[in-house]
Unconditional design. Structure first.
Length: 145
C-alpha cells in the first residue's frame, strides 16, 4: 500500500489493512477530484504515453467519511453489554455457555438485534417454553433497574 488516506478531520480512514491504498487507486481518487493531496513522493513518477504524475504520499478526502461507531452485533458483544450475567436470573455466565435469548420471540416477529437479544444462561433459555413472554419481559425490566 502506497498512499495514506486521511479523513476530512485528518484522522486515518479505516480502509483495510491500514488507511492506505495502492498508487493506482490513489491516482484514480485524485482524478475523480475526491481527495486533496497533502504530500507527494519526491522520487516516484508514473508515466503513460499521454501523461505523467507524481504519486501522492498522503491524501485527505474532501467529503467526511462516516465511521461506524456502533459496536458490531455479536454474541461476544451482547454478553459484554450484559456484563456476563444472565439477564433473567442474574447468574454469571461464561462466554462458553451463554445463550442468546430473544426477548420477543422470533415466532412472534422478534428480530435478532441489540434491542431484542439478551444474554441468558442455559437454564433460563430452556425454561422459555414454561414461561410466558410477558413474565420474562417483566423479569428482565426488573433486573435492569
Ligand atoms: Zn438465567
Amino acid at each position: 500500500m502506497d498512499t495514506l488516506m486521511l479523513n476530512k478531520d485528518a484522522s486515518p480512514i479505516s480502509i483495510l489493512p491500514l488507511s492506505a491504498v495502492g498508487w493506482q487507486d490513489a491516482i484514480k481518487y485524485m482524478w475523480l477530484d475526491r481527495v486533496t493531496v497533502l504530500e507527494w513522493y519526491d522520487d516516484w513518477v508514473v508515466r503513460s504515453p499521454s501523461w505523467e504524475t507524481r504519486v501522492p504520499a498522503v491524501m485527505m478526502v474532501k467529503d467526511y467519511v462516516r465511521k461506524s461507531t456502533y459496536p458490531r452485533f455479536s454474541k461476544y458483544n451482547v454478553t459484554l453489554r450484559d456484563k456476563f450475567t444472565c439477564q433473567y436470573c442474574t447468574t454469571p455466565v461464561a462466554l462458553s455457555n451463554v445463550t442468546m435469548d430473544h426477548v420477543y420471540p422470533v415466532s412472534m416477529g422478534g428480530s435478532t438485534c441489540w434491542e431484542n437479544i439478551v444474554a441468558s444462561c442455559m437454564k433460563c433459555n430452556t425454561t422459555k417454553g414454561l414461561q410466558t413472554n410477558q413474565t420474562k419481559t417483566r423479569t428482565l425490566q426488573t433486573n435492569l433497574l
